[in-house]
Design a protein around this ligand. Structure first.
Ligand code: UDP
Length: 413
């Protein structure tokens, strides 16, 4: 018998999928897993952990989620790491590195009791990565889970971080192009969305209408949407330019919906630039939403005719998956994890320039039957590849391998 929550997932993903999760979880009795990242709200990692950790618990695994605490200097350097890993030529000073290492040290006393005794510790991204070397008598296996597009890292940043992550027992990347030269096994596990969360659950048409009304979005004019933190890599300025180009040929309004993440110090500057570019254009809606506006984002994604994610670098792009699940074709930057999801001409289009994005928007808005067909394929593709249940299965399989790794054979119960 499934719990009512798991039964609800069985309805979406299939009962056999849930059976399989139970089978894997039975091989992990009493196993204690701790995830550590750098923020509870904002951005894809928090979004994933908010769903993944309770589901592991639902399956009987002792999973918990801890957050490293830092000051402005720490988040400044970790954002530089992020930008550097995604290929920007950032400058990181000795004082920055000192702030990074000191913050990791400052967190040890609070986190050590949980981390020392855990069977598996999963450290997300570079922010808490230095904890490993600060906890000498650790018992379990430590995994570095990198969510960033590290296909072409700035050398100086990777040179500093590589010795920090090399001693981990394994690492996880979202796609093969991100794998690095490291002395431990590397696993490829793309992220996922929770189809039953407030962000992705079905909504009544009246709920969608209400959100449209709340933000003054004209229901008679086609709507393009990009949901993103205000971050240069998401190219919000390019999105505005693309919409202005497309608007020469088709009626169109643009909604940019975003907020900050508590670990992202750059969002104010990006938002200022976006507002300046948008000016007083009545057909460009720049929204700043609170971190828990899941229902609003769900409704906006459903209200949109086309969803854009014109990133210039992207680890995965949960916003792409979310929109596809709602039956929207996505026009996405031809980069990183978007490539896994946007199958050109099938589930959307991949583009590299504002002109390319404008061209594809114009095409979709003048070929409504194609727009619908691609939207249906997009939803199916997410169903088959990017739901939480697949993500859990891969995590549990990896955990079974790590926990039972030295045994001659592993029997799944
Ligand atoms: N998101 C949100 N509010 C915002 C902007 C983004 O809730 O104002 C969510 C978005 O719906 C998605 C996640 O944050 O679930 C962003 O994940 P993604 O992988 O797209 O990008 P990241 O922020 O991790 O680079």
């Amino acid at each position: 018998m499934f719990s009512s929550k798991l039964a609800a997932y069985a309805d979406v993903a299939g009962a056999e999928v849930i059976d399989h999760l139970h089978q894997l979880a039975r091989s992990l009795p009493g196993v204690r897993v701790v995830h550590v990242n750098s923020t509870r709200v904002g951005g894809g990692v928090a979004e994933i952990l908010e769903q993944l950790v309770p589901m592991k618990r639902e399956l009987g695994i002792d999973a918990s989620w801890e957050v490293i605490e830092g000051n402005a200097a720490f988040f400044h350097v970790t954002k530089s790491f992020h930008n550097g890993l995604q290929g920007n030529a950032v400058e990181v000073t000795a004082a920055d590195l000192q702030a990074y290492e000191q913050t990791n040290r400052d967190n040890v006393e609070r986190l050590a009791p949980m981390l020392k005794d855990a069977d598996i510790v999963i450290i997300h991204d570079p922010q808490p990565a230095a904890l490993l070397n600060l906890i000498p008598k650790r018992r379990g296996k430590w995994i570095w889970r990198c969510h960033i597009d590290v296909s072409r890292p700035h050398r100086a940043v990777w040179k500093y971080l590589r010795p920090i992550v090399a001693p981990y027992d394994a690492s996880i990347f979202s796609l093969a192009a991100f794998a690095q030269s490291l002395p431990h096994p590397q696993y490829l596990i793309p992220p996922s969305i929770d189809p039953l969360s407030a962000k992705n659950c079905e909504l009544a048409p009246a709920d969608v209408e209400a959100v449209r009304e709340e933000f003054g979005i004209d229901p008679a004019v086609p709507m393009a949407l990009q949901v993103s933190r205000y971050d240069w890599f998401k190219d919000p300025i390019g999105v505005i330019r693309a919409c202005r180009l497309a608007r020469r040929y088709v009626p169109l309004q643009l909604v940019l919906a975003g907020g900050g993440a508590t670990d992202d110090p750059e969002s104010e500057a990006v938002l200022d630039a976006v507002r300046k570019e948008a000016g007083d254009d009545p057909d460009i809606h720049v929204l700043v939403l609170p971190a828990d506006a899941h229902h609003t984002i769900n409704a906006l994604q459903r209200a949109a005719d086309i969803v854009l994610q014109k990133s210039t670098r992207e680890g995965f792009g949960l916003t792409v998956t979310e929109a596809m699940w709602k039956g929207k074709p996505v026009i996405g930057g031809d980069t990183g994890g978007i490539v896994l999801q946007v199958i050109d001409y099938h589930t959307g289009f991949r583009v590299s320039t504002p002109e390319g994005a404008a061209f594809r928007m114009r095409y979709l808005l003048t070929h409504p039957e194609q727009l619908d067909t691609m939207g249906l394929k997009a939803r199916r593709f997410v169903h088959d590849h990017f739901l939480l249940t697949r993500h859990l299965r891969e995590y549990l399989t990896l955990m079974v391998g790590l926990v039972h790794g030295s045994e001659e054979r592993i029997e799944l119960g």
